[in-house]
Design a binder for this molecule. Structure first.
Ligand SMILES: Nc1ncnc2c1ncn2[C@@H]1O[C@H](COP(=O)(O)OP(=O)(O)OP(=O)(O)O)[C@@H](O)[C@H]1O
Ligand SMILES: [Mg+2]
Length: 214
């Protein structure tokens, strides 16, 4: 089973958006997928509840990781894990156990970018990441590329060899997905023509050895 976690200590940066859309992408490819939610807000599980109203969309198993052990059904191929904001130190190491791949969404604000730099420093000190047992990459969510904070972060990322996979544009399609329990890959193709290609680098990275432990 492949375990992919979405985490950032900062709130509201797109963790649930990435977790739910990625879970769907794998499910849409006929993968057997589980989505574990460590967040007491339970946004991923709320999304899954809305999804259950649809017939004909691929099923995704929901796991309330705040209450239950993360034990997906037999034969699960992909476990996507949504983690709440605000984790530090040992709490980070604890959730990272068994995680091969970690995606970190980051928003364009200077506050978010400074915070993610601190988070990355903490992550790079964690055993799993420094030993390359967990591979990490960023996804820039709604980034204005020319801001000073972005350049400072970019310099740090280059220095640390942390890839930035893609930029996701600000789009009401993501709000629609959050509300309905669908994903960007399940809306009308004409509506998501600008959004879909922005996910290709994430999928390519996840399918490459670069996102797997070395
Ligand atoms: N690219 C985007 N375009 C438009 N809206 C977005 C985008 N990404 C996320 N959003 C919206 O922003 C809000 C916050 O996103 P999301 O819930 O994914 O963040 P989060 O990191 O999981 O937040 P929390 O820390 O509260 O768990 C949601 O309403 C979501 O639909
Ligand atoms: Mg969330």
């Amino acid at each position: 089973m492949r375990t992919i976690m979405i985490m950032n200590t900062k709130g509201g940066c797109g963790k649930t958006t990435l977790a739910t859309n990625l879970a769907c992408w794998f499910a849409d490819q006929d993968g057997k997928v589980a989505l574990a939610d460590f967040d007491p807000q339970a946004s991923s599980l709320d999304w899954l509840e809305a999804r259950n109203d649809y017939d004909g969309v691929p099923e995704i198993e929901g796991i309330d990781a705040t209450k239950d052990a993360v034990k997906p059904a037999r034969g699960t191929e992909y476990l996507i894990v949504d983690v709440p904001a605000g984790l530090h130190g040992d709490a980070i190491n604890k959730v990272l156990k068994k995680v091969e791949t970690l995606i970190i969404p980051v928003l364009p604000s200077p506050i978010d970018m400074r915070a993610v730099k601190r988070f990355l420093t903490e992550l790079l000190e964690s055993g799993r990441v420094s030993k390359k047992m967990t591979k990490i990459a960023l996804v820039a969510n709604r980034v204005r590329e020319n801001s000073v904070a972005w350049h400072t972060l970019e310099d740090f990322l280059v220095e640390q060899k942390i890839p930035v996979l893609t930029h996701l544009r600000d789009s009401t399609n993501y709000l629609k997905c959050a509300e309905t329990g669908l994903s960007i890959f399940e809306l009308a193709p004409s509506a998501v023509a600008k959004d879909m290609p922005q996910w290709d680098p994430i999928i390519d990275w996840l399918e490459s050895r670069k996102s797997m432990p070395t």
